[in-house]
Write a protein that binds this ligand. Structure first.
Ligand code: GLV
Ligand code: MN
Ligand code: MN
Length: 412
C-alpha cells in the first residue's frame, strides 16, 4: 500500500482555519462556542463530509466523524484533538491533531485502504479552559470524570453556565448521554505538537507519549473595600489587588520549593476591578494552574497555596471564595499501544523518543476509556500558547504519516 500525505493541502487547511479567529491574525483566539469557535467547527465538519465521514455530535458538542469499517462488530480505532484556542494562541495546538487526522484518513482512502475496524475522529469540546476555568470539558464528560452536577455548576466570568453556552452551540440532549462505555474503542491515538523544546533540541522526528502530567486549577474571588485612590489613606485599606499580588507570589514560591523540578505554578488569570487608576481595587478574580509529573509534589504545593490564600486574606481582611476546579491524577499510556506506535514510526525510518507530556490533552481522559497514547512532533523552540507557535509542513507530514500507518496497523 502506497500512502502519501499531501502536506501542502494540509498546510492550506491549517492556514485557512487560523483565519477564523476572534483576534487579528496571526493571533488565533477561538473560545468555546464563541462565534469564531462555531465557524471553526463548521469548517472542520465540512472537511469531514468532503472526506466521506459520517458526523454525529453529542450533548456537549463533541463531534464524532466516522469512517465505517468492514466489521461493525469490532470496537473502532479513535483519534482526535481540539480546535478551540486560548486568547493569543497560535494555529497548531490541537489543530494538527484534527486536520492531520482528516489528512491521514484521506491518504489511506487514496491508497485504497479499507479498514476492518471503523476509524473515528473526535473533535473535543473545550480542551482549553478559557471559558469555564476547567480544561478538557468534553473529554472529561466522555470519560465520566466530571459529574453532571459539577458540569451544571460551571460558570464563566460573566456568570453564564454550561446550559447557556451549550444552547449557543446548538447542542441538545442530556449531558448524561455523553459518557462513553469502557473499551468502546480499541485504541485512542492523538497527534499533537510537543509544546516543549525537547524534540527540536535533540533533532528527533517523533515523540511517543508514555505519561501525561497531573494538572490542577484553583479559582479565587477576592472581595475587599474599594474607594478613592487619593482620599483613602494607606492604613486600614482592604485592597483586593494587593492580596491577589501576594497570592500570585505565593504560587511561585510553592511551585519552586517542592524539591521537584517538574512542579510548575502559574497565576494566568489576574483581573482586578474596577480597573481604574484612581480607585482602590475592590475585587479580584484569579485562576491558578498547578502541575507536576508527580502527584505527591503537586499536592504539597497545592495545599501550601491554599494555606497561603487563607493567611493573606485573613491578614488583609479580604473576603474570599476558593474553588478547586480540577485536581487530576496523571495518565499512564497503554504500554502495548506505545510500543506499536513506536514500531510504526521506526518502520518509517523516523527517529523516535518516548516522552512525558507536560501539557494536558484530551488523551488524559480518553485513557480512562480505552488504551491511549499520543504522537508528538517538534515545534519551533517549544513555543506554544503564543502566536509564533510553529511546526514545519515536513514535521507535520511525518506525524500524520505515523498516524495514518498506526490506523492501518490498528484498524487493518
Ligand atoms: C493545554 O492546553 C494545557 O494547558 O496543557
Ligand atoms: Mn492548548
Ligand atoms: Mn492542545
Amino acid at each position: 500500500m502506497k500512502i502519501s500525505i499531501n502536506k501542502n493541502r494540509l498546510q492550506k487547511k491549517i492556514d485557512d482555519l487560523a483565519l477564523i479567529t476572534e483576534a487579528a491574525p496571526p493571533v488565533v483566539t477561538r473560545v468555546l462556542f464563541s462565534e469564531s469557535d462555531l465557524r471553526g467547527r463548521a469548517f472542520v465538519k465540512n472537511l469531514c463530509r468532503e472526506a466521506g465521514l459520517v458526523l454525529r455530535e453529542d450533548a456537549v458538542g463533541n463531534i464524532f466523524a466516522h469512517w465505517e469499517g468492514t466489521d461493525k462488530t469490532l470496537p473502532a480505532v479513535a483519534t482526535g484533538s481540539h480546535i478551540d484556542a486560548i486568547p493569543n494562541a497560535g494555529k497548531y495546538d490541537g489543530v494538527v491533531g484534527v486536520l492531520g487526522a482528516i489528512e491521514a484518513i484521506r491518504a489511506l482512502q487514496a491508497a485504497g485502504f479499507q479498514p476492518k475496524r471503523s476509524i473515528e475522529l473526535i473533535i473535543f469540546t473545550s480542551e482549553e479552559p478559557t471559558r469555564f476555568g476547567i480544561g478538557c470539558l468534553g473529554s472529561r464528560l466522555l470519560g465520566g470524570v466530571l459529574s453532571i452536577e459539577r458540569a451544571a455548576a460551571l460558570r464563566d466570568h460573566d456568570g453564564k453556565d454550561l446550559e447557556f453556552w451549550r444552547a449557543q452551540g446548538g447542542c441538545t440532549g442530556s449531558l448524561e448521554s455523553v459518557k462513553l462505555p469502557k473499551d468502546c474503542y480499541a485504541a485512542f491515538v492523538e497527534l499533537h505538537i510537543e509544546q516543549g523544546p525537547i524534540l527540536e533540541a535533540e533533532n528527533v522526528d517523533i515523540g511517543v507519549v508514555e505519561k501525561i502530567a497531573a494538572p490542577s486549577t484553583l479559582r479565587l474571588q477576592l472581595t475587599g473595600v474599594g474607594g478613592h485612590a487619593g482620599a483613602t489613606l494607606m492604613p486600614g485599606r482592604r485592597d483586593a489587588g494587593l492580596a491577589a499580588a501576594e497570592i500570585a507570589l505565593a504560587v511561585e514560591k510553592a511551585a519552586t520549593t517542592t524539591g521537584s523540578p517538574d512542579t510548575v505554578g502559574t497565576t494566568g488569570v489576574f483581573r482586578i476591578e474596577p480597573g481604574a487608576v484612581n480607585s482602590v481595587p475592590c475585587r479580584a478574580w484569579l485562576e491558578i494552574d498547578l502541575r507536576d509529573t508527580l502527584v505527591k509534589t503537586r499536592d504539597v504545593a497545592l495545599v501550601q497555596i491554599e494555606a497561603a490564600v487563607k493567611e493573606i486574606c485573613t491578614r488583609r481582611k479580604i473576603e474570599f471564595t476558593m474553588e478547586r476546579l480540577n485536581v487530576d491524577p496523571p495518565a499512564i499510556c497503554d504500554a502495548k499501544l506505545v510500543g506499536t506506535t513506536e514500531v510504526v514510526a521506526k518502520t518509517l525510518n523516523f527517529s523516535v523518543k518516548r516522552m512525558i507530556s507536560r501539557a494536558y490533552h484530551d488523551s488524559l481522559f480518553m485513557a480512562q476509556v480505552c488504551p491511549t497514547t499520543m504522537i508528538f512532533i517538534p515545534c519551533f523552540k517549544g513555543y506554544s500558547h503564543r502566536p509564533d507557535e510553529f511546526s514545519s509542513p515536513e514535521q507535520i507530514e511525518k506525524g500524520v504519516r505515523v498516524l495514518a500507518d498506526s490506523f492501518a496497523e490498528l484498524a487493518g
